[in-house]
Ligand binder design. Sequence first.
Ligand code: ME8
Length: 652
Amino acid sequence: MMKMKKDKGTYYISTPIYYPSSNLHIGHTYCTVMADAMARFKRLSGYDVHFLTGTDEHGQKIQTAAEAAGMTPQAYVDQIVDGIKDLWETMEISNDDFIRTTEDRHQKRVKQLFMRMYEKGDIYKGEYEGLYCTPCESFWTENQLVNGACPDCGRPVQEAKEGAYFFKLSKYSQALLNLFETNPNFLQPDTRRNEMIAFINQGLEDLCISRSTFDWGIKVPLDEKHVIYVWLDALANYITALGWPDEPALYDKYWPADVHLVGKEIVRFHSIIWPAMLMSADLPLPKQVRGHGWLLIDGGKMSKSKGNIVDPVKLIERYGIDALKYFLLREYSFGQDGIFTNEIMLKRMNYDLANDLGNLVSRTVSMIEKYCGGVIPAAGVGTDNPALLETDKDLTEIAISAAAKVEEQMDKFQFNLAIEEIWILVRRANKYIDENTPWVLAKDEACKERLDAVLHNLAESLRIISLLIHPYMHTTAEEIRKQLGIGATEILWDDAFVFNRLDGQKVSKGDPIFPRLDIDKELAELEAMKGTPKSDNIPLELKPEIDFETFDKLDMRVGTVISAERHPKADKLLVFQVKMGTEKRQILSGVSEFFKPEDFIGKNVIVVANLKPRKLKGMESKGMLLFADNVVDGQLRFEMVTTVAEDGNPVT
Ligand code: ME8
């Protein structure tokens, strides 16, 4: 077999470096599986690929989680990172490197990058006063908030003030706008690009890039009382892992990255802050940032406190790596959010894998064993029936044109459509069996030539399928090749474009590649495995401590809800009329996804009565209703156990 030269150049792809604040779930797996499929696809089609993943280990969130677990931050992250590495190893993720931001190689290079930006005159010392979201490690301005909460995660923000270093992000506004305008490919999908342009047009503020309220981070060179902002630290991984600037062999070879694959919520960091940092350091920009959508469970994001985290390890143990990878890549459309349920997953596995692909493999190999002594027959035609000749032509055409169609979809990161192109061939081949009925041909010696031709065509189709599926499910691809007797030959993408490779190979039937699942039974067992979340399993992640004087500034009163209705202009907001003594107040609260307005009528609530009034989407809110997160079930609570007197005022 001829060897094709790998001469398409280099391809550098990265995933986000994940926070090791807890174990990874199916959402992280989704992103890494896509990056892996792309890396494998590019390798197979002739690129010299570098695939990077890793962990983002600094910052207040990690420090707080470690403290809650009674461990040092380093010991805390070490055990979680071990688990993350194990997961990727179990899943046979083909990353070429794994960067940890606590590694020396990273820390020293982040300091060098910081100094380079400083020497450029882009970093200055100032004082930061703003609204801070601890889980997201982000400062926000008042008008960036959504319903008074963090626009990324929806959680409350707190006022924070500290002496800090700033990066002159605003200086790069125009250069960033030019980037989006002149290079529409830089950020995909287009919807994300439009959001970023709008974000810049609102006015970019300089970015606070140091923290002094905690110390789990890389020290600011020149001022060790501060640690470098975790996002500046993390984003730098894409070049520090390549050895920039002191060991630049990989950097020279692979930078700029071809694509940073990231979830939609961190597109802003990758397409605004990261390019601005690189501009400041006079380094080339990545060629592309691709934002993917979220996997949603029960209509929302997975959360540990809701107890609805889907653990990939459990699914792999039950269904195998390839079935899970296939499902993730086939089910969801890149860039859009998608719903995850066990039922959707199990149906995909049964219909596409056990029925379509599994049957094609077992029928083809069994028939070659039964009717041809296990040897793949040579190519032929064996009929002059135009209808059957048409089936040959159709199957061959679909088979040899599939690779180009797959490439076209992969160029757009449309994994689901790329796989659908392959399944058009899988289903066509199954139909070909039904049209040509080899079991009938086998009964008549005069039809032997036709029988051989049919089985040859099926074996060729399977060989092509084994190449096409290789990036997405390499173990299955190799198993199919083993059954076709070509397991030892090199996998070459270019072989997917031709239909004449097999003649005389000895097949060997194996176990079904995807056993059929009893969906009802699986659903019941998966449900039983979930268990009920227990509060003592859930680390309590708290905001920074406050002193009594700060707390004592709050004036809290019990009020009674007289009416509640939806805000006419904001889906998330409810508008309450609350009675406290002689006073009636309007208070707005962003809780419509948790409660219906009628849940509140006549109920007593705790009101922060001295909060400065403000307008939310055109309506005034005077005060705040208190809700609390319930650790056990993740639900919000508001009710007080009090009774209401006849005059409508609470009895205390
Ligand atoms: O943001 N659906 O790390 P992170 C789909 N450390 N993808 C999901 C998902 C879901 N429900 N949940 C998570 C960070 N992801 C930073 C990144 S990079 C320099 C620093 C995926 O652990 C998705 O790719 O919160 C998302 O962007 C990423 O995990 C966030 O991982």
